[in-house]
Design a protein around this ligand. Structure first.
Ligand SMILES: CC(C)(COP(=O)(O)OP(=O)(O)OC[C@H]1O[C@@H](n2cnc3c(N)ncnc32)[C@H](O)[C@@H]1OP(=O)(O)O)[C@@H](O)C(=O)NCCC(=O)NCCS
Length: 178
């Protein structure tokens, strides 16, 4: 995955520079963990990004950067489920605030989808906080649909599960075909 990929489209202000996509390496961990809380608008996301993700899941994760030696401007971390090999799980996706709405997030998801599809997955799943309209809008825009099936209730206007990871943790579950 070393070759540069033109991931972004033209914007009204001109042509968006190409972004390079690559698999992360363990050395990316301190860089990413240092920025994720800011990228998520102050939410404590760093607890969801222990080093093990950059040790054991790099082959099913993708980093975007503007130039060869540059710092990441976006990343997606996920895996193909060992228990359900047809299913890929998207754990985290983030794009640096200064690089948003230029197609970087969509490009990362589509490359991630290619990677996990090549490993046998035909469906993807993820979770999102139902009170995050921007995150949900993005996930819908890249093909995910909210599960409104049994066990869900309307929370913040979205079908979601209560107490998903722990008491008080509301989460919408989303799926996408690959
Ligand atoms: C969500 C996030 C990854 C989107 O990254 P991005 O590079 O800006 O996304 P893209 O430019 O590829 O957007 C693709 C589409 O998603 C939708 N979208 C993206 N951001 C959106 C927002 N803030 N509000 C509404 N829709 C949005 C739009 O339909 C967009 O297409 P458009 O620009 O042609 O309208 C980025 O805002 C981010 O890192 N947010 C903080 C972390 C986070 O919330 N992660 C997702 C958790 S579920």
């Amino acid at each position: 995955m070393g070759k540069p990929v033109t991931g972004a489209r033209e914007t009204t202000s001109g042509v968006t520079p190409a972004i390079r996509l690559r698999h992360p390496v363990e050395d990316d961990h301190p860089l990413l963990v240092a920025v994720v809380d800011e990228w998520w608008g102050g939410r404590r996301v760093r607890a969801s990004l222990p080093r093990l993700w950059l040790q054991h899941f790099t082959g099913t994760s993708v980093v975007a950067q503007r130039d060869a030696g540059g710092t990441p401007v976006g990343f997606v971390i996920g895996f193909v489920s060992p228990d359900h090999p047809h299913l890929a799980y998207l754990h985290l996706i983030g794009v640096a605030p200064g690089h948003r709405r230029k197609g970087v997030g969509r490009t990362l998801v589509e490359r991630w989808a290619e990677v996990v599809r090549a490993r046998g997955a035909s469906r993807a799943t993820t979770i999102a906080w139902p009170g995050d309209p921007a995150g949900l809008a993005f996930l819908r825009a890249v093909g995910f649909a909210v599960d409104a099936g049994p066990g869900t209730r309307a929370l913040y206007g979205t079908a979601a599960h209560t107490d998903w990871n722990r008491e008080g943790d509301d989460q919408a579950v989303l799926h996408r075909e690959l």
